[in-house]
Design a protein around this ligand. Structure first.
Ligand code: UD2
Length: 343
């Protein structure tokens, strides 16, 4: 008995030693393991993009229907971009999504030579209907800055006049818009606006054109061709041109009078079309409808994320068709002998 009792302290020391050893090795291994986990775990960073469709406050509006909508027109493209027609969207929803963001919409418009005559009505009607309640920065390109009319602007709306050279050929003026839009985006607009629309000046606004038109890359259906087959679209058909589109290709025919989107996206459009116009010019090729042909080629391979219906680009001489529930923007009737005297 005495022999065994003399072994107690020894047993105690051995058991304590084993426990201490286990504890030390366990904590060391755990901390190594933890260190290892901390080291190898990838850090997750989310790119902060504001949700395009975020509503900043609660608001009452009509319940949307899943089963009923417009059935007389297509309101979505095969690549699932919306085609914007009246009664396919709720303006109350759009206003609440976009109004509190302090957005600036750059709006480029060219008035070279006699086209300065159209500037007054363009600006006056834009003030009444175009992006009402938003900051709008008009960039007016003209060879005659003194002739730009004084039109009273609402708060948050300003103009910058940019002097450009005149030209005898209207085709050249129309085409050179791409080059000047590219340059002005690089030098000014990229720091001064969020979205941009490039519009023709021989036009008037007749109804509201609001934030439902905003999107990453926005094209507009030409009013003359939206009911036609692709074979009869006036695309550039010569394969030597960089604007070439064969007969069995093409989605829609887009008008050159309305291009829009995020400033960076429209910069890509302008730069690509400018480069292709120059490449063609070096081979003495002028596409069928100048920059409009190049634009159509661009949009065939770089699909617009939003397509505006011909409500956003009508022609005054054209009778309203049944699917057009409103005309928002339209080309006025022009006296070609007066405005293009050298053609
Ligand atoms: C179509 C297009 C236009 C353009 C053109 C092809 C539509 C409704 N219109 O219209 O956007 O693609 O074909 O070149 O899609 N300009 C001047 N001074 C001139 C000539 C033109 O400032 O002497 C400017 C002006 O901003 C005008 C724009 O260029 O609005 C287009 O010229 P246009 O309206 O004469 O072209 P048009 O009617 O053939």
């Amino acid at each position: 008995m005495r022999f065994f009792s003399s072994l107690y302290p020894l047993a105690f020391i051995m058991v304590s030693g084993v426990i201490a050893l286990f504890y030390v090795s366990h904590t060391t291994l755990t901390s190594w393991f933890r260190r290892d986990v901390c080291f190898s775990q990838p850090s997750i960073t989310f790119v902060e993009l504001p949700s395009e469709m975020h509503m900043s406050e609660r608001v009452q509006y009509k319940q949307p229907s899943v089963l009923h909508g417009r059935s007389d027109v297509a309101s979505v493209t095969p690549w699932l971009a919306p085609i914007v027609w009246k009664d396919t969207y709720d303006p109350v929803v759009f206003d609440h999504i976009y109004k509190n963001r302090n957005l600036t919409i750059a709006t480029t418009v060219f008035a070279v030579g006699k086209y300065i005559l159209f500037m007054h009505d363009f600006l006056e009607t834009a003030e009444k209907y175009f992006m009402v309640g938003f900051n709008v920065h008009y960039y007016i390109f003209t060879d005659n800055p003194k002739a730009v009319p004084e039109v009273k602007f609402s708060p948050g709306r300003v103009k910058t006049i940019i002097e450009v050279p005149g030209s005898k050929r209207w085709q050249e003026i129309s085409s050179r818009r791409m080059e000047m839009i590219q340059k002005t985006i690089e030098e000014h607009i990229k720091d001064e606006a969020d979205y941009i629309f490039c519009l023709d000046v021989d036009t008037k606004f007749y109804d509201y054109w609001g934030p439902e038109s905003l999107g990453t890359l926005v094209a507009c259906l030409h009013p003359g061709y939206y009911e036609q087959q692709r074979e009869s679209f006036p695309y550039e058909r010569r394969s030597a041109s960089t604007a070439y589109i064969p007969n069995n290709e093409g989605d829609y025919y887009y008008g050159g009078a309305v291009i829009g989107g995020l400033v960076g996206e429209v910069h890509k459009v302008a730069k690509t079309c400018r480069e292709n116009l120059e490449l063609d010019a070096s081979k003495s090729i002028e596409a069928a409808w100048q920059e409009e042909s190049h634009l159509n080629r661009y949009f065939l391979y770089n699909k617009p994320t939003k397509v505006l219906s011909p409500e956003y680009l009508w022609q005054d001489f054209k009778a309203k068709t049944k699917e057009i529930r409103t005309i928002r923007f339209s080309q006025v009737i022009k006296n070609y002998a007066e405005v293009r005297p050298n053609q």
